[in-house]
Design a protein. Sequence first.
Length: 608
Amino acid sequence: MCGIVGYTGSKPVKDILVGGLSRLEYRGYDSAGVAIEQDGELAVVHRKGKVSSLSHTLEHFDFTGTCGIGHTRWATHGRPSEANAHPHTSCDGRVAVVHNGIIENFAELREELVAEGHAFSSETDTEVVAHLVERALAGGKGLLEAVHEATDYLVGAYALAVVSFDEPGVIVAARKDSPLVVGLAQDGFYVASDIIAMIEATRDVVVLGDGEFARLTPTNVEFFTAAGSFEPTVTRVDWDLDVAEKGGYPDFMLKEIHEQPRVIRDTLAGRLVGGALSIDELDLTVEELNLIDRVYVIACGTSYHAGLIAKNLIEGWARIPCEVEVASEFRYRNPIITPTTLVVAVSQSGETADTLAAIRDARVKGARVFGITNVLGSPVARESDGVIYTKANKEIAVASTKSFLGQVVSLTLLALLLAQVKGKLKTNQVRFLFRELADTAEQVERILSDTSAIKEAARACVDAKSALFVGRGMGSAIACEGALKLKEISYLHAEAYPAGEMKHGPIALIDEGFPVIAVATKSPVYDKVISNLQESRARGATVVAVATEGDEEIRKYADHVIYIPKVRDAFSAITASVPLQLFARAIAVERGCDVDQPRNLAKSVTVE
């Protein structure tokens, strides 16, 4: 989340920073800023909003400096504002810092620094780094040593770029659990959170590893760890700009599928505070939350399927009745709404016309409305009482993947919060479940590391005319999303049914070779799903099963098995959805379809 760019060399830095930030804006766009060495001082300019706002402001400054750092932000600590925009500076203005990631112990560090006399001007976690570096410099250290000392105090994830008035032309970069790349060019040296920011200037890059530092000057760059200097591996990037924007992937959809572990981590960042869940954006007191006696989730398309998953969790954990409504139908059926009703509006773009209309209707009837969206400042966000941003960054492919998973994670947090407030789950249970939820990021990475079984299953189904997706319980909701993905991008007709409903009609469709894709992970209804698979195979179906690692028994009932890591059934939607996304994409590619821009569809649906 957020974007970093820095440069030191022989060229004026202003346009380099603005150009790099523009390419990184997909990573965050609630505010942007730069720090440029100019006339013997650090000139810092921030603006709330998109990079274009910063660019227009910088047109009025005649900056000729050749060293600087910039940042485009997506808020985690502190609301979107000019004061909270990066770069952040030390008390004396001699140090400027940009940062991606989360400093988990910033509150303790801030308290310590304030006690020492440091004055803070923002609400962010990042500002503590500027003051830690300032303190180390005051102790006589150079900038590299000062940044190294500062990172010793940090708990959490960070990518840092730091400049100091005391060392003109020098940028120090550091990385732990957040990407950072150094670019080597003839006219100087670059640092950025993504290769795309520097792709027009250089193709030679060094990807910093965890615990590594770089010291950039106009004529040289050195690399260090705690043990001392080292010679890095230089990678030659042969992408053109179009491919660079895709991160080297053949299409945006595959790139965005692979970004999902990061989405999970970013959406969860900062949500467990003092051992308890915290969603301050909800803008409801504990007392008001405790009065909630009914929840409606309103959404369209993929977001509707995220709502189906949320229904299972809210009713299962919080024991509150929850209904999931297609937004285009919600306001036409006169739903029962009272002041103790919570309406959760889910929209990737935040612009979906049907969802907005449903929000307005719900508010008129007295409900509290909470939005879940991927777009800062979107209409859904503005018209809701509170909002969770899914932290998926910019999603290019029309068929939603990473936004869907961000929605599922956000709705899971909401379900846990309601259960916590209602006393249905104890604090230690919530904490335990949260940690299991966080583990799904690594589990998704494992799924993505070997997709051979998915591709094999896809090849077996590529010539089909229709397909049936089935599951029970949580698997039924996952099947709905799997069928939608296949329809959207491959134009192969697909339907989703609760597996127990097959014998009430859909089984008539099954003949030799008909694909039946089943979510058959270990769950309380596993044996029932197996019975339905047996019914399908008896009629000649080609059965593809998404199953739990170690389940060898299922091979008796399926022609193709896609294994995923074992997870609690409540979190199976996160892991089981990923192979279905890849399955749909593989079939679409085999059929020669444009997976990023399927026919007749648009990313944002702004008409009813």
